[in-house]
Design a protein around this ligand. Sequence first.
Ligand code: DPP
Ligand code: ZN
Length: 843
Amino acid sequence: PRATLLSEYRPFSHLIDAVELDFRLAPNATRVRSRIAFRPNPAGEGGPLRLDGEGLTLISARIDGKDVAPRILPGGLVCEVPDGPFTWEAEVEIDPASNTALEGLYMSNGMYCTQCEAEGFRKITYYPDRPDVMAPFTVRIESDLPVLLSNGNPASREGGVAEWHDPHPKPAYLFALVAGDLVAHEDAFTTMEGREVALAVWVRPGDEGKCAYAMDALIRSMRWDETEYGRPYDLDVFNIVAVDDFNMGAMENKGLNIFNSRYVLASPETATDGDYGRIEAIVAHEYFHNWTGNRITCRDWFQLCLKEGLTVFRDQQFTGDMRSPAVKRIEDAHLLRGRQFREDNGPLAHPVRPESYVEINNFYTATVYEKGAELIGMLRRLVGPDAYRRALDLYFERHDGEACTIEDWLAVFEDATGRDLAQFKRWYSQAGTPRLAVETARDGNALAVTFRQSTPPTPGQPEKRPVVLPVALGAIGPDGTELMPTRVIEVTEAEQTERFDLPEGAVLSILRDFSAPVILTREQSAQDRALLLAHDTDPFNKWEAGRTLAKDALVAMITDDRAPDTAYLDALAPVLGDETLDPAFRALVLAIPSDDDLAQTLASAGTTPDPQRIDRARHALIGALAKHLEEQLSGLYDAMRIDGPYSPDAGDAGRRSLRNAALLLLSHRDEGARADAQFEAADNMTDELAALTTLLRIDRADESVARFHDRWRDDRLVIDKWFSVQVMHAPGPKAADVAARLTEHPAFDWKNPNRFRAVMGALGANHAGFHAEGGTAYDLLADWLVRLDPVNPQTTARMTTLFETWPRYDADRQALMRAALERIGNAPGLSRDTSEMVSRMLG
Ligand code: DPP
Ligand code: ZN
């Protein structure tokens, strides 16, 4: 299949004044009638009407009331049309019950639902399925099912027919329809403009008790977007629907957000603190899209980061405001390094704004989303919060109702601030993670700091140019006092030296708050790192200092068989015991770098990672930590206990995360006694699952695994966890067997993306297990991906990324991983989605 290129963008031939859709729902034969008012686009190039369409049976087509016979092509149709405005009418038949790809209109547990981003609407009817064609929609739904929903405001409801009208022009990817036997958790919100909005979270009967938190998060998001960005909601209703079978996390359809049920449903007994946090963030994210994505959308899919980078940045700010900005920043930086750096440093590296794709679904990536959000954060840091707010006001004022590009976005910042962003724009086109090397030289009190930046080659981009790096830095004195508060240096050259007046012994704290998404390399003594861990006033760098000490210790253990570094163990104790520090922060300090993180660190320093040695070293460090800090950890475990009812708020969640981090370490001293007791006594899923995970990690969980299953057999989201933790925490050599055995369990419904990911995603996340000798895990995953591809290409393609790290490893593993990829690539009839991913990975 041919690639689509950014350089080939052309406006559509026509504009649309109004769309009317009429659905008569039936599982295997749904009829969709469309009536579309087209007129020539003055910016278009004329020619016949070309509409997208896939898997549709055309029943009839008319133009201005007269039958026409369009030419049906693969992927759409072409029709001669009048020169002026005209009305297109068509009727098509589709088969939602057989739609296992979960794109377009499909069924999940007897309910009808849709997923149209990016190009699913063409599976519903013939249409210009591209984001720059925006129109108001009126939708009529005929069905016996009790709840019939679409975008916009309800217009009428009689017998088995509901009508909805969405006055806001929107692209087809934001279309949604839901029909089912659903119940609502309702509430209301009054906007800053005085509009009364009816809110509802729709779920299957039996789940209505698990919606309160999502609703609460929605209301807080609506308020926050008003106070922080001046953005009120613009319809009379806002609906969220939870769906069990869903490829992604959630979807921001106008007025009718559709969510993977795991990001809606929560109760203390069944959801962890992590789940609550993700629900809050995703509800906010989808809601924030109403302005950044829906009111202002993307001109074409190359501009995906325009809405995603900005909306992720906004949801990160929101979570920071709701919880702790410091903890949120650390978590985000950690996620970026784990997922985006991994992508950026492998065969799938691509720019935040790609310039070519075969299947756009393959570009909903950590680079577009998370690195895209970092670019917004850097812009804000460069211009300052006030200018950022002015620029955003101008963006909304200038582009409301339009489909925009990154050029439009940057022009707003240039106009609002007077800054030239030509060099900054390279961040959007240049793939790869910049390396920033820092060296210092001293002359009396003058400290010269030299920055050298370089970005390694990535596929299709051998040469890189310097980018703009906002580097936040400060300095701490040898006695722990702050000598220089944070200031931001703009590094724009390949090599650049800055001078500071700082006395002997001052320790620089560089890249505070993780002010740019780069890999910082710098020689620094363990003493200086320990000083920063103890005294840095910047929480990110305080955490980072501990992290670097841990990594250095682990790397020495892995490469030189050294014993765990006691300097690191000693440096940790005072931080863990510092009652002035947020327990959530202390829990992050106590977390040991993951195997994958270590593999990436070794690989980027030029050492081939050995998964078994990494795993052994990590275990040895955990054992040493547990021994060294046993008394303190035991004290923390007792002190962080919460009496009283469960609350998902950040304070309690932080105490639980510190307590459960202590539990895991202590299990290496008490043979799981505390974990057994906690597993029995837990009244919430956070503590119950942490206990189970701990027991799995010390390989003493057989009984608890069985009990957990019996307890939760009827709760599908909890059973996903049951599948996942067994594979994720299986000892390396056993992981593939555990996964294979679980795929034979009667509850392994492999066509459900959550369940499939619970097992296969967990296998990929178990580093020692996935890369165990002999490649059985690679083969198991490849077998399952070959099987899933004809059923669900999108999820299959996404999961192939578990192989993206193949170039890191030794020749044997490389050969095995490549062979697994080749086997997937050679599967007969492989989807466009998966074949694009495989060929990019094999290069
Ligand atoms: N546009 C959707 C989102 O990121 C895609 N899953 O919110
Ligand atoms: Zn989004």
